[in-house]
Design a protein around this ligand. Structure first.
Ligand code: ATP
Ligand code: MG
Length: 445
């Protein structure tokens, strides 16, 4: 026997409840995106390497250590996307999308980073992404954050997650802050970790989010951005904070929260949880007014966030794989043929889901139908074929009733009403099929 094929380290195969939770996160995202008028954008999974290298910056962990980069057959260097923002900015420039004015875009899909796999950290993971390009008002920051907040609320995870907010100011504030930080860290260089001493030259802001104990003690006394904010930058941050309180979005100020690159301005934020160990950031983003210009486009104020689907899916509760509505149980082959066309009519007519259980003896078939979680079983044998009727068994109540082929629409009607009541949390109040059918059949006469 040959060796079993193995998956690539840091990738996942999801089925059943795990897949259902993943899909629930995506479905919820798409619904909330629609409510906030963030329209879908579809971009490639790979780009020229320079798109990410230039936009994320050579000094970041993602570019320096984590990218999946390879030469294609023509010798061009391409990279699997580690995130969405760079590709969306590239598309914005390539296609001249500034002609559309403000663009509110949403996307989701796989991203790739060569990281050490652990809980909540994978090599192929999936992101939800929201971007606003041409968004030059503090109220745009508030709207983008409201989208994130609403998503977390609708997923039922908002209670476990808190919003941390900071400002990086405008380029002047940031340059002054950075110079002060550099001077301060140089004075305390001996107390810094080796990693941070290296960051000192390349990207001193990054020291602020170091996890090293010694670094943290130094960082605790470091100069804060507030001392360097220009009036404009302070005004911006005040308006964002004011907008958030009007929108009733709670946040905590986190002065250590930074984004390392020059094109980041003003608002930076993370929604974090302590329910996932070290991988606590579920949704993160900020304003990146300088990016499109740095990539060769026109100056374009912009803001966005990205969220890890797997991390959100680990937090959502009570989402299970949907059972099917109907289990078709034919007793012989002729009944199977007739049953299938009935089932297909239910599927196409009323959005009913169903499966056939036609293998094994009758007892096995019924057991499997039961285990499927279907609400109703449609049993068809010789006598049903002759009467042109199916036996409908209500799987939770156990009662059975005969329904003529011509009355099949009642089955769709029953299931639709049942779905509605379950959605409203009143599934228990749904009568058994036979009683419901008798009442509705009479009413329809
Ligand atoms: P972290 O600090 O956890 O490495 P990051 O700052 O690299 O996160 P971003 O680049 O801001 O993350 O990506 C946005 C979100 O995507 C993260 O908050 C997280 O939810 C998710 N994410 C990032 N990298 C991974 C990964 N390797 N596996 C799973 N999810 C990830
Ligand atoms: Mg990372």
């Amino acid at each position: 026997m040959s060796k079993k094929p193995a998956a690539i380290r840091g990738t996942n195969d999801f089925v059943k409840d795990e897949a259902a939770r993943f899909d629930h996160v995506v479905d919820t995202f798409r619904r909330v995106a629609r409510q906030f008028n963030f329209r879908p954008v579809h971009i490639p999974v790979f780009e020229q390497t320079s798109v990410f290298a230039r936009s994320l910056g050579e000094t970041t962990d993602v570019v320096s250590k984590e990218m999946y980069t390879f030469e294609d057959r023509s010798g061009d260097s391409v990279t699997l996307r580690p995130e969405f923002t760079a590709g969306i900015a590239r598309a914005y420039i390539s296609n001249g999308w500034q002609q559309h004015g403000l663009m509110k875009l949403s996307a989701w899909g796989p991203c790739f980073r060569y990281e050490r796999p652990q809980k909540g950290r994978f090599r192929q993971f999936h992101q939800l992404d929201a971007e606003m390009l041409g968004a030059g008002e503090p109220m745009h920051d508030v709207e983008l954050l409201a989208f994130g907040q609403q998503l977390l609320e609708d997923l039922g995870v908002a209670g476990n997650v808190s919003l941390q907010l900071n400002t990086l100011g405008d380029p002047d504030s940031r340059a002054a802050w950075q110079a002060a930080l550099l001077a301060y860290f140089r004075r305390h260089e001996d107390a810094l970790s080796a990693d941070s001493r290296e960051r000192l030259e390349r990207n001193p802001l990054r020291i602020l989010d170091s996890k090293d104990e010694g670094d943290r003690r130094v960082v605790a006394e470091a100069p804060i951005i507030d001392e360097f904010l220009t009036d404009d930058a302070k005004g911006w941050f005040d308006r964002v904070q004011g907008g958030l309180s009007v929108a009733r979005i709670d946040f905590e100020r986190n002065m250590r929260l930074v984004r390392g690159l020059d094109y980041y301005r003003h608002t930076a934020f993370e929604f974090v949880t302590d329910a996932l160990g070290a991988q606590g950031t579920v949704l993160a983003g900020g304003r990146y007014d300088g990016l499109v210009e740095a990539m060769g486009g026109a100056p374009t104020p912009a803001i966005g966030w990205a969220a890890g689907i797997e991390r959100l899916a680990m937090l959502v509760d009570g989402v299970n794989e949907d059972p099917i509505d109907v289990a078709l149980v034919p007793m012989n082959e002729a009944a199977e043929h007739v049953g299938l066309s009935l089932l297909n009519a239910l599927r196409s007519g009323g959005g009913v889901s169903g499966e056939t259980f036609a293998r094994g003896n009758m007892k096995k078939r019924m057991q499997r139908a039961d285990a499927s979680g279907a609400a109703l079983a449609l049993v068809i044998g010789e006598s049903e074929l002759q009467k042109k009727a199916v036996q409908v068994k209500d799987m939770s109540e156990g009662d059975q009733t005969s329904v003529a082929f011509g009355d099949l629409g009642f089955i769709g009607g029953y299931l639709a009403e049942r779905r509605l009541r379950v959605m409203e949390g009143e599934g228990e109040s749904m009568p058994a099929f036979s009683a419901w059918f008798a009442a509705n059949k009479v009413r329809s006469k």
